[in-house]
Structures are given as C-alpha cells and as structure tokens.
Design a binder for this molecule. Structure first.
Ligand code: T46
Length: 127
C-alpha cells in the first residue's frame, strides 16, 4: 500500500500520481471499474503488467494471492493505492455502493498477459 501525495486547502483535496516518480513505472493506460453489483471481479493474474489500484470513491476489497498465501487489502480512501507487482492472482470483492476502482497500468491492453485459470497460475509460479 502506498500513500498518494495530496494537497489540501479550504477548497478541498487534490491527489497526484506521476508515473516513474510516485510509482515505479510509466503509465500507459488508465481504466476504472464502477457501478459494480454484488459480484466478484478479477480472478486472474498478469504476467508482466504492473498496476496501481485506487478506490477513488467508496471501498473495494482486493485479495492478493502469490500461490502460497493470500492477503486482503481494503481500498477505501482516494489517497491510498495498492501497487500490484506482476505474477500475483487477485480477486476483487465487496464493492461498496458508488465505488470506483481506478487502475493505472504499465502496459497497453494485451489479452495474452492474463492468466485466468488458477491451476495454470500455480503451474506458472512453479508450484
Ligand atoms: C485488473 C482488474 C483490476 C479491454 O478491452 N481493455 C482493457 O484495457 C481492459 C482492462 C479490459 N478490456 C475488456 C476485456 C473484457 O472484455 O473489458 C472487459 C472486462 O475486463 P475484465 O474481465 O478483465 O475485468 P476485470 O474486472 O476482471 O479485470 C480488470 C482488468 O482487466 C485487470 O487488468 O487487474 O480490472
């Protein structure tokens, strides 16, 4: 988890993320999940993609899994980010009403970068 820089004055807050400075990669793509009903998303790993996940509104639970152990992270502040290294399985659960999950990504979209089968993920990790 990282604290995202924020500036505040009597007009409210402004947070900023600069690629290569606040996070260890240049940003090539931004996408965001919103109006998510009571379902889980994610359930995949990336081979090369690096990401920063931020709940810019509401809250989301992200469960990271390296194939051996799992750890749950609650994203519930616009100034809290979860840096996600490649080679980790993630499940996204418990989106609150009005949640917006923004992802800053190190690469353009590539369907071949996804591992969507858990057994395949374990084999990829040599487990
Ligand atoms: C991730 C989590 C947090 C595109 O065409 N281009 C894109 O850049 C993305 C991200 C998705 N898509 C298409 C592919 C699927 O047909 O959008 C559809 C939904 O994507 P997906 O099923 O991968 O959604 P999630 O919520 O499972 O995962 C997404 C990201 O794909 C993934 O990188 O880490 O959000």
């Amino acid at each position: 988890m990282i604290d995202i820089r924020k500036f505040t004055d009597n007009r409210g807050y402004l947070s900023v993320i600069e690629g290569g400075m606040d996070i260890p990669f240049e940003i090539k793509r931004i996408y965001y999940l919103y109006m998510v009903p009571e379902v889980a998303r994610g359930a995949h790993a990336h081979k090369a993609l690096q990401q920063l996940l931020v709940a810019t509104s509401g809250s989301v639970e992200v469960i990271m899994d390296d194939g051996v152990s799992k750890k749950s992270f609650i994203l519930d502040k616009p100034w809290k980010g979860l840096l996600v290294a490649p080679g980790l399985w993630r499940d996204l659960e418990n989106f609150s009403g009005g949640a917006v999950l923004m992802c800053l990504a190190s690469e353009k979209y590539d369907a071949a970068d996804y591992i969507r089968d858990y057994d395949e993920f374990k084999a990829y990790k040599g487990l």
